[in-house]
Design a protein around this ligand. Structure first.
Ligand SMILES: Cc1cc2nc3c(=O)[nH]c(=O)nc-3n(C[C@H](O)[C@H](O)[C@H](O)COP(=O)(O)OP(=O)(O)OC[C@H]3O[C@@H](n4cnc5c(N)ncnc54)[C@H](O)[C@@H]3O)c2cc1C
Ligand code: FES
Length: 253
């Protein structure tokens, strides 16, 4: 695990309440697999809030990386308000990322809300490995959607909104349509009810896609010390930070 004082390069609005921050971080940018995360101290003194916050790698570019985050509380409010040049302490890369297949495959990404963050990194790495990528993002309305221009042009990007203000109306897991059969691998990140719904959709489709999910639990430490992120799986209790955050969908749901 690397502890690094990184420099904030920029913060830009991605959608309503969502921001992308880029950091100059030569050591932390060398993450091993997409789906890993970093712990970010969201204050200068690192005392309030005391615990660092977990954020997925959203993009990695040389010795810089970005996170995509929703402003929901103290840490993210602080982060979004910092000017370029602010030095932020982080540690990582942590957790187990997704396992991409060796042979060229059809990769379907299913993201709910800010759960789309790690899937951008998955998409970029998957494209480099020669996979075809379709990314489906579900949000409450068009105001919370990532812009199509954020994606590499090789990615087919499909949006679903609960209010029907963009794309199909409903939940993203109910709109997989033909992509459910097209996909040879599926990776998802979002809120827990989304995973339950995805499991219901995929359970009987006759395909062996081995869907992998990136789970989020409150993570006080991020590296297996506090047991604050325990989750129940069909094989017993697991730590989301150390055993995950990647799990097989059907091991949990
Ligand atoms: C492995 C992992 C990866 C993550 N990756 C990302 C990421 O890429 N982008 C991102 O935005 N978040 C991500 N999160 C969640 C992120 O860590 C929390 O959003 C963050 O801790 C909130 O910190 P805060 O101090 O702003 O909010 P807090 O002050 O801790 O919380 C304030 C309030 O917001 C609520 N809250 C906290 N988190 C969320 C949430 N995610 N959604 C809605 N309400 C919430 C709390 O219940 C509380 O009521 C990830 C979490 C994990 C475990
Ligand atoms: S966050 Fe402390 S053990 Fe997982």
């Amino acid at each position: 695990m690397i502890i690094e004082d990184v420099t904030l390069l920029s913060t830009e609005r991605a959608y309503d309440g969502g921001y992308v921050s880029w950091f100059q971080a030569p050591r932390l940018s060398a993450r091993k697999t997409p789906g890993q995360f970093v712990m970010v101290h969201c204050s200068q003194e690192r005392t309030d809030p005391m615990f660092a916050r977990a954020f997925s790698y959203y993009r990695v570019d040389g010795d810089r990386f970005a996170i995509l985050y929703n402003v929901v509380g103290r840490g993210t409010t602080w982060l979004a308000a910092q000017p370029a040049g602010t030095v932020v302490r982080m540690y990582g890369p942590l957790g187990n990322g997704v396992r991409l297949p060796r042979d060229p495959s059809n990769v379907l990404l299913v993201g709910g809300g800010v759960g789309i963050a790690p899937l951008m990194d998955v998409a970029e790495v998957a494209l480099k490995k020669g996979h075809q990528v379709v990314a489906m993002m579900g949000a409450r309305s068009s105001a919370q959607l990532l812009d199509a221009g954020a994606w590499p042009r090789e990615v087919e990007y499909i949006v679903v909104t609960e209010d029907g203000s963009a794309g199909a109306k409903g939940f993203v897991t109910e709109q997989l349509g033909e992509y459910q059969q097209w996909a040879s691998r599926i990776y998802a990140c979002g809120p827990n009810p989304m995973f339950a719904s995805l499991a219901n959709t995929l359970r009987n489709n006759g395909r062996r896609q081995r869907p992998e999910i990136l789970m989020e639990e409150n993570m006080p430490c991020g590296w297996g010390m506090c047991y604050g992120c325990a989750i129940f799986t069909k094989h017993g209790v697991r730590l989301c930070c150390k055993d995950g955050p990647r799990f097989n969908l059907f091991d949990v749901y």
